[in-house]
Design a protein around this ligand. Structure first.
Ligand SMILES: Nc1ncnc2c1ncn2[C@@H]1O[C@H](COP(=O)(O)OP(=O)(O)OP(=O)(O)O)[C@@H](O)[C@H]1O
Length: 316
């Protein structure tokens, strides 16, 4: 089984990293305003290839921050870095003292020949009473799967079990790496709504990775568009009233939001930053250099070069 789960709070690896200051967040103890997580100037390279370049990220209690970006943009690397699982070459990650993190990893490979019930799976990494297991599965809307084999679960049921596993840690911060993968579109909406409910009920912060932002809950507070560096960031737009949206999602349209990209630059095929409009000149037949959100044919708000909201951040 390949499942990476960080240890809690200050025990997380990386805190001893000499180049990366990963001490607990300091500053005034002003309750909810104190960040759970505050990362500044993170630079990560695999070998001599830089995959994150000067990235900032802050998550506060009760806040949902959504990371979006194309394949290979560095989303998972950023998550692993703020969790202390990857050491940055430069930058610092400050976590609130005693921070408890519930992590739902992007990938989980379970040996199909291994007899493993959900009950057993949920207690592999820590103790939980039967009542706690019941409560966690009830909270994620999957009370019926406790004695099922993990391998028999549907994609949506598996994601809910992984979410329950994260909740068993009583997290201050939920970190969810592509929580809706392998789930159909209606199941995705239901999962986003569930995550928003959990945030409200528990008041925890949520760091969410989405491969792309077609569907994201209206209550996502901050969107960070990553492509090796932070391309743009800001608050998501309200639901588009585009007829295709309403027709496709019906009553769920209210739960959807779109984000208007406000890039002041483009990317060549190798990910390098180029001026807006010159992407093609740097592409030379390599296909889409940027790769996310554009040209999907949805017609709903991925508005690459349009002037946008004044409160949304530009490139940082
Ligand atoms: N352990 C590693 N060693 C070398 N390169 C890696 C390693 N992990 C990731 N990479 C590379 O770093 C880049 C960023 O990967 P990462 O998984 O962070 O991107 P991502 O945005 O999460 O992508 P995806 O949307 O496809 O999951 C990719 O080019 C990837 O191939």
């Amino acid at each position: 089984m390949d499942l990476t789960a960080p240890k809690l709070g200050s025990e997380m690896p990386g805190s001893e990293t000499p180049d990366a200051d990963t001490r607990p967040a300091d500053g005034p103890a002003d309750g909810p305003a104190e960040p759970l997580l505050d990362a500044r100037g993170l630079t990560v390279a695999y070998g001599d290839r830089i995959v994150l370049d000067g990235v900032d990220l802050t998550v506060r209690p009760g806040e949902i921050v959504t990371l979006i970006g194309p394949n290979g943009a560095g989303k998972t690397t950023l998550v692993k870095t703020v969790l202390g699982l990857v050491r940055p070459q430069a930058g610092r990650v400050a976590r609130r003292a005693g921070l408890s993190i519930g992590y739902m990893p992007q990938r989980l490979a379970v040996d199909p020949t291994l007899p493993l019930s959900v009950r057993r799976f949920l207690t592999l990494w820590g103790r939980a009473t039967p009542a706690e297991l019941d409560a966690a599965l009830a909270e994620v809307g999957a009370p019926h799967v406790l004695d099922r084999a993990v391998q028999s679960l549907s994609g949506g049921e598996m994601q809910r079990v992984l979410l329950a596993r994260a909740l068993l840690r009583r997290p201050d911060l939920l970190v969810l790496d592509e929580p809706v993968q392998a789930v159909d579109v209606h199941g995705q909406i239901a999962l986003f709504e569930l995550i928003a409910e959990i945030r409200h009920r528990r008041g925890c912060g949520v760091l969410l990775v989405s491969h792309d932002l077609h569907l994201v809950m209206a209550r996502t507070d901050t969107v960070i568009c990553l492509n090796r560096h932070v391309c743009c960031s800001g608050r998501p737009e309200d639901v588009s009233r585009h007829p295709d949206y309403v027709a496709l999602f019906g009553r769920h349209a209210e739960a959807l939001a779109v984000y208007h990209h406000l890039h002041d630059h483009g990317h060549a095929a190798d990910g390098c930053v180029v001026p807006v409009g010159q992407e093609a000149a740097h592409r030379h037949g390599h296909g889409h250099g940027h790769g996310h959100s554009h040209g999907h044919g949805h017609g709903h708000g991925h508005d690459h070069h349009r002037p946008g909201r004044p409160d949304a951040g530009g490139r940082r």
